[in-house]
Design a protein around this ligand. Structure first.
Ligand code: 3HC
Length: 306
């Protein structure tokens, strides 16, 4: 029996490539009003410009039925002001956090979300690798025993809802349940992902889940190949594109995801398992030290300035 998601209004934290994409599929596919919040005004304007471009392109391609439907979708997205912050999410039924891949930042956001949102609202994280159990623990108000009924209820509404980049194009959402997640939360989150036009897989709460436990060591290994001089950048990418039919070579894909994000995930895998096979490549560390973060910064393994 299919479960109704019951999401009449969605909150999205983060207007980067993931948050923007989530707002897009929620407004266009699930047709729900979206409140979007990012502490950076610059990020919001960049995100909205991309949103307008995508809507326009999808009307031209016939993926959205009419310019009127695109206008309605765009009007469903409202940006929250800096002064309102997370308080502005007080009447949403679900909030998806799509901030950077950093546990202390996410812990702070989940503590605020738990304090400001309705007690029945779902708190979802688009984390790529961080434990949902740990994030859910951060949603238990300080001073409250996590094993009390109230503590358990607060954490039971936290779930992992992991989208893939570019969100409007990639058809998958990975659903992750923490130790505390209730089956009701899981069912509604799944139903919402389906309403956004996605297929859903489930993963246990292990570092990187299924997707990044497989993808990141592959990307890291490609970077190590480059570091060791096994082959040139172009030949590494060409091997995977032409030899294996991948849409992008691994170095292009790492640039596309963001090298800071790749490093953060690889560190979570390494620290979370203690297994040396996940050690991040030194070259990846150095690229991030240099501020060469891939496509978003204009330079990564490739140059994006021209
Ligand atoms: N946002 C929205 N749409 C985008 C986009 C973006 N950033 N980039 C491309 N697209 C759309 C294009 O507009 C186009 O749409 P159309 O079919 O309606 O015209 C469609 O994608 C195909 O784009 P192009 O024809 O320009 O280029 P390609 O055929 O090379 O496809 C791609 C681009 C879909 C990005 C393809 O290269 C691809 O699938 N790459 C692999 C992406 C991937 O592996 N993503 C997962 C990353 S891992 C992740 O996200 C998890 C996280 O936790 C790290």
């Amino acid at each position: 029996m299919s479960v109704a998601h019951g999401i009449k209004k969605l909150g999205v934290i983060g207007a980067g490539q993931m948050g923007l994409g989530i707002a897009y599929v929620a407004a266009v596919k699930a047709k729900v009003p979206v409140l979007l919040y990012d502490r950076s005004k610059d990020q919001v304007s960049k995100g909205l410009a991309l949103m307008d471009k995508l809507l326009d392109k999808d009307v031209k391609k016939g993926k959205i039925e009419s310019a009127e439907a695109a206008k309605e979708a765009r009007e469903r997205i409202v940006v929250l002001g800096e002064e309102e912050g997370i308080k502005g999410f007080r009447d949403v039924d679900m909030c998806v956090e799509a901030a950077s891949e950093n546990f202390s930042l996410k812990a702070k956001l989940f503590a605020s979300m738990a304090a400001e949102l309705r007690p029945d609202a779902i708190l979802a994280s688009n984390t790529s690798s961080i434990s949902i159990t740990k994030i859910a623990a951060a949603a238990v108000p300080q001073g409250l025993n996590p094993s009390s009924e109230e503590g358990k209820a607060s954490a039971s509404r936290v779930v992992g809802l992991h989208f893939f980049n570019p969100v409007p194009v990639m058809p998958l959402v990975e659903l992750i349940s923490g130790l505390q997640t209730s089956s009701g939360t899981l069912d509604r989150a799944r139903a919402f992902a389906v309403a956004c036009g996605k297929e859903v897989t489930t993963s246990k709460d292990v570092p990187g889940f299924v997707s990044n436990a497989l993808l990141m060591p592959f990307l890291n290994e490609a970077i190590m190949c480059l570091e060791k001089g096994v082959a040139t950048r172009d030949d590494i990418d060409k091997t995977l594109r032409l030899g294996m039919g991948h849409p992008m070579g691994p170095l292009t894909l790492a640039d596309f995801i963001g090298l800071d994000t790749c490093l953060a995930i690889q560190r979570t895998l390494y620290e979370g398992t203690g297994d040396s096979k996940y050690r991040p490549s030194v070259l990846l560390e150095r690229m991030v030290d240099a501020g060469w973060l891939g496509k978003k910064s204009g330079k990564g393994f490739y140059d994006y300035t021209s």
